[in-house]
Design a protein around this ligand. Structure first.
Ligand code: SF4
Length: 482
């Protein structure tokens, strides 16, 4: 999963949910990293709610403290270690408090985590959350507990996630887990295991439940949503052979999108993250067909140089990526496109860097996530390639890429000035409590005066002005989708 990172403000925040009266124990859970991790924390909270735990955002009150960790860069792991240090002080006042680490860093370090961080009692990998009730019993009996077994089947499709810190308007729904691509810089295949898709029926019933609870938008989540593929099986005797059965009963990503869009025509549908090597035109045509599928694609590119893409083991060239962008622009002219880019990958030359800048110039992305290469232990790149780009060069190139992206983001937001956009109100504006904030289908943040509108309303906004990242306007009425 390229990092569709949850906004900075939510990183590490202990999100809570409505307490159950019968529950007496307190769970404090912090999440770091990508949307998948935040969605997993909702599954964990659901499993432990059935074990008598209510969530709390007061660390000192907690019986159990869980940190859902990210391992995508060294910096992400360092922030987890800092948090664990903080817990030491609290544990001295509350010795019965137990601490567990979840997620990708837990999977990467496994039981070594117990040696490296003495405060840690429990280490649980992303596929072992159903074992939490047993593991918690182990640590409450004073023994350390570890389960980092990766699974080829586990999708938690039978767990109805609870919504942590929810606004009751948009929710994350995971559709696949793991990844079969082996991009050389990425830890995900090692920390989240092989790819597996979730039964479309369980996805549809989770979205039905959300619709009944008044949610207005879902984001279908996966490391690589384009490779979603579910075989429905069906009675063996109906088919001459397995492949005939698979063909007849398979549900691929564009079919899943159609199923969700038709089942909930008033629900906004987003998805993340796409992969240029697996994305097919039928997904883009399906987006164009259904007005409730938002016109935004998060399409990581990582580098604009075909030579570097090869070193990254990305199964597409610069030219093929551009062809895909051209297809998106042709089929959905107003589609918002965002990116992930890694700069300073081993052996990257000035020319490779210029290729990335010129590709950005060609696409003019709406926004993006840009990082310096951070060597990750155990990855192909760490094993095969020396991290040979000096830090100063990495920093310099990252600055150039970020500056160019800021220019392009401003270019994209200016295109909305004078136009009317449909906005789903999500919350109060960060800058003014007299204004609402929400996003248009292209995922551009839009703010406007509150008037009589409420969170969860679909509103038509006349865009009067903008910054490089935000549209500023006035509401001119409810959208027909309201
Ligand atoms: S291996 Fe590649 S496609 Fe898979 S999650 Fe990592 S970066 Fe994404």
């Amino acid at each position: 999963m390229e990092e569709k990172i949850i906004d900075e403000k939510k990183q590490g925040q202990a999100l809570t949910l409505e307490p159950k009266e019968e529950n007496s124990r307190k769970l404090y859970i912090e999440s770091y990293g990508c949307q998948m991790n935040f969605s997993d924390s909702e599954i964990v909270a659901s499993i432990l709610a059935d074990e008598g735990f209510n969530t709390t955002n007061k660390l000192e009150d907690a019986d159990l403290v869980l940190v859902n960790t990210c391992s995508i860069r060294d910096k992400a792991e360092q922030s987890v270690r800092k948090r664990l240090e903080k817990y030491n002080a609290v544990k001295r006042k509350n010795p019965k408090m137990k601490v567990g680490v979840l997620g990708c860093m837990a999977e990467r370090l496994k039981d070594k985590f117990l040696d490296e961080e003495k405060i840690v009692d429990m280490v649980v990998g992303p596929d072992a959350y159903k074992d939490l009730p047993n593991l918690v019993k182990e640590i409450e009996a004073g023994r350390d507990a570890v389960n980092v077994i990766l699974s080829k089947e586990e999708t938690y499709g039978d767990i109805s996630p609870v919504r942590l810190g929810t606004n009751g308007i948009n929710a994350l729904v995971s559709i696949t887990r793991g990844c079969d691509n082996m991009c050389t810089f990425c830890v995900v295949p090692f920390t989240r295991g092989r790819e597996r898709s979730r039964d479309p029926q369980s996805i549809l019933s989770e979205i039905q439940d959300l619709a009944e609870k008044g949610y207005k938008e879902v984001t279908l989540l996966g490391q690589n949503v384009d490779s979603y593929l579910w075989y429905g099986g069906g009675l063996k005797k109906e088919f001459k052979n397995a492949s005939e059965m698979q063909k007849a009963t398979a549900t691929n990503f564009s079919q899943l999108l159609s199923l969700v869009a038709e089942a909930h025509p008033k629900m906004r549908i987003r998805f993340s993250t796409s992969n240029p090597q697996d994305m097919t035109l039928d997904v883009i045509h399906t987006m164009a067909k259904y007005p409730n599928i938002c016109n935004h694609i998060h399409l990581p590119v990582q580098s604009g140089s075909t030579r570097i893409l090869k070193e990254m083991n990305r199964q597409h060239t610069r030219e093929e990526y551009i062809q895909l962008i051209d297809a998106v622009r042709e089929i959905i002219p107003d589609c918002g496109i965002s990116q992930d880019i890694i700069t300073g990958f081993p052996t990257e030359t000035d020319e490779d860097h210029r290729d990335t800048l010129s590709l950005m110039e060609y696409v003019k992305y709406d926004f993006g996530y840009m990082f310096k290469y951070s060597e990750r232990p155990g990855t192909m790149a760490a094993r095969k390639l020396e991290d040979d780009i000096p830090e100063a060069i990495k920093k310099q190139r990252l600055t150039e890429i970020v500056d160019l992206q800021l220019e392009h983001s401003a270019y994209r937001t200016h295109q909305f000035v004078g136009k009317t956009v449909e906005v789903l109100i999500e919350k109060e504006s960060k800058k003014s409590d007299a204004h609402w904030s929400g996003r248009n289908p292209q995922s551009t943040v839009t703010v406007f005066p509150k008037e009589h509108y409420r969170p969860g309303d679909f509103v038509l906004v006349q865009v009067e002005d903008c910054t490089g990242a935000t549209l500023i306007g006035n509401a001119i009425g409810f959208s027909e989708n309201n």
